[in-house]
Design a protein around this ligand. Structure first.
Ligand SMILES: *Cc1c(COP(=O)(O)O)cnc(C)c1O
Length: 398
């Protein structure tokens, strides 16, 4: 067998299991109404929760940033690529999201994936045990693996099971890691109880607020502000390509933690700084998120979430009990999930199927992602399409 034969056989296996992933190409900006693969569609696939990705003020800020600072950063943050725009954004982020610790500081990354690799590899080593929720995001799993720490996976959101494992562990260093809002389920981690355990056991608590930042808490400051938590044990990761509508991510923590990352985090040190124009646009996004417009968008999103919960409860499938913008509908089998996705697509709706390994085997689902860019009329269409598909599935089953 040639090298390519091996890969082709692997790809056929992916097909046979209903796991082939296909990219769709958008010709228009990310918004509720998009042109995708040449067809008009209502999109429920993005993580653009506040509908800011195509906001004119952010587009203008990106252009202004490029005029002022150029297109590229020219280097890594430690070797000439750290611009005034990055420095300003880090100050803005620390002031906005750092309410959970005295002396907060923030560090800006090109992506959330890298921010998670950075935090876990810098705070954990061979002598550490990382306690990780079973539904954590892939980037946290990969960061834990790369750190060479021992990894204990605790059942999803099960604080008692986690407490027992912490109790039984004699590791000299401990780190608890969790999504705040789980990306494929939309539920919120038991943050206060996790923090209680971290403090009792002298552990770091690393929280990934990719789906909470901008949406939860007063002014959208995120899940920690929402839960009104404060502690030196907390290390927060937030991403800036979701509700913030631009791209990148940040780590926020006590200034000593951040200085440690600057010195030791290889995913921070050995990569080119993102374009300063992007950082400039993120600063503009923070002002929108924190202001009246952000409040109005969050209020609209809250109404859309309530209505979506009600309409999903009327289908023949299993909604997840989520109060966030992530509204999953569990179908189960991969082929049935793909069939439902295709039926919705024929109705002009783009609702992505999520399959293993992103979610556990047998829990394939549609992930309806809501955005403040959606209107009530968009939900009317979603409702009608689900009712039609429910009816068809019932007739097939009968
Ligand atoms: C999207 C996501 C990330 C990765 O962030 P990017 O900026 O897209 O690389 C990390 N954690 C969670 C929970 C996410 O949903």
């Amino acid at each position: 067998m040639t090298l390519l034969d091996t890969l082709e056989r692997g790809l056929r296996e992916i097909d046979a299991r209903g796991l082939r992933r296909r990219r769709r190409t958008a010709d228009t900006p990310c918004s509720a109404h998009m042109q995708v693969d040449g067809r008009a569609t209502i999109g429920f696939a993005s993580n653009d929760y506040l509908g800011l990705a195509a906001h004119p003020q952010l587009v203008a800020a990106l252009a202004e940033g490029a005029q002022r600072y150029g297109a590229g950063s020219g280097g890594s943050h430690l070797l000439g690529g750290h611009s005034r725009a990055h420095a300003q954004l880090e100050d803005d982020l620390a002031a906005f999201a750092g309410t959970f610790v005295d002396a907060p500081r923030a560090l800006y990354f090109s992506t959330g994936y890298m921010a998670n690799l950075a935090v876990l590899t810098a705070l954990a080593d061979r002598g550490t045990t990382i306690f990780s929720d079973s539904l954590n995001h892939a980037s946290l799993i990969d960061g834990a693996r790369l750190s060479r720490a021992q990894i204990e996976i605790y059942p999803h959101a099960d604080v008692d099971a986690l407490a027992a494992r912490l109790e039984a562990s004699d590791a000299p260093a401990k780190l608890i890691v969790s999504d705040t809002v789980f990306s494929m389920d939309g539920d919120v981690a038991p943050l206060a109880r996790l923090l209680g355990l971290a403090e009792r056991h002298g552990a770091w608590l690393v929280l990934d607020d990719a789906h909470g930042f901008g949406v939860l808490g007063p002014q959208g400051r995120g899940a920690l502000a929402h839960a009104a938590l404060r502690s030196k044990h907390l290390v927060l990761v937030g991403t800036l390509g979701k509700a913030a509508g631009v791209s990148g991510a940040f780590v926020c923590a006590h200034e000593t933690v951040i200085e440690w990352l600057v010195q030791r985090a290889r995913p921070y040190i050995f990569t080119t700084a993102s374009s300063p124009a992007v950082a400039h646009a993120v600063s503009a996004s923070l002002r929108l998120i924190a202001g009246e417009e952000g409040d109005a968008r969050r209020a609209h999103l809250t109404r859309l979430i309530a209505r979506t919960r009600a309409l999903l409860a009327q289908t023949r499938w299993q909604p997840v009990d989520s109060h966030t913008a992530v509204q999953p509908l569990v179908i189960g089998a991969n082929d049935a999930t793909l069939a439902l996705q295709a039926a919705l697509e024929r109705d002009g709706l783009w609702v992505p199927a999520i399959r293993p390994p992103t979610v556990p085997e047998g829990t394939s689902r549609l992930r309806i992602s809501l955005s403040a860019a959606h209107s009530e009329a968009d939900l009317d269409q979603l409702d009608a399409a689900f009712q039609r598909a429910s009816l068809e599935a019932r007739e097939c089953a009968a």
